[in-house]
Design a protein around this ligand. Sequence first.
Ligand code: ZN
Ligand code: ZN
Length: 154
Amino acid sequence: MPCSSCHQHNRSCIVDRSKSLSCSECIRRKVACDVSVDPDSRFDKEVEKSRQLEEEEENLMREIAVLHNRLIRTHEQKRHSLRRQKEYFDRGMADLAEEMNSGSELSNGDVFVVEGSGEPDWVQELNAMSPGSLEQLAVSVSQGSDGANPQSLS
Ligand SMILES: [Zn+2]
Ligand SMILES: [Zn+2]
């Protein structure tokens, strides 16, 4: 918005804030200038906005760090649970095989066939969850947060 003087005389109102609060025309004509402070307040608004966005970024980074830790913990717990399942399963199978072997019906009890095709889902999942897969998971999660260490933000 031009000042009222420039507006009145249809002149372009140019303000150099580093030099004066008045526009160049008013300075030249030595008259009071009522030029709007808009350019400055717009700048201040953007500064404030970027500051708020930065704050939001930091909060999100913290949340990611918390969720990242939680994800790794959950992943570990799941892996342990699957391992335990396999242990119990193997133990159960061994007991069952022993029972079968001691029975008189199965003379050639060396062969023990489990019904169903392939391994149970959780065995496949356990095999897929090698220790390396956790690191891969961690890397994929931490990617994108490079250059911002949540621990350093406080
Ligand atoms: Zn002006
Ligand atoms: Zn002016």
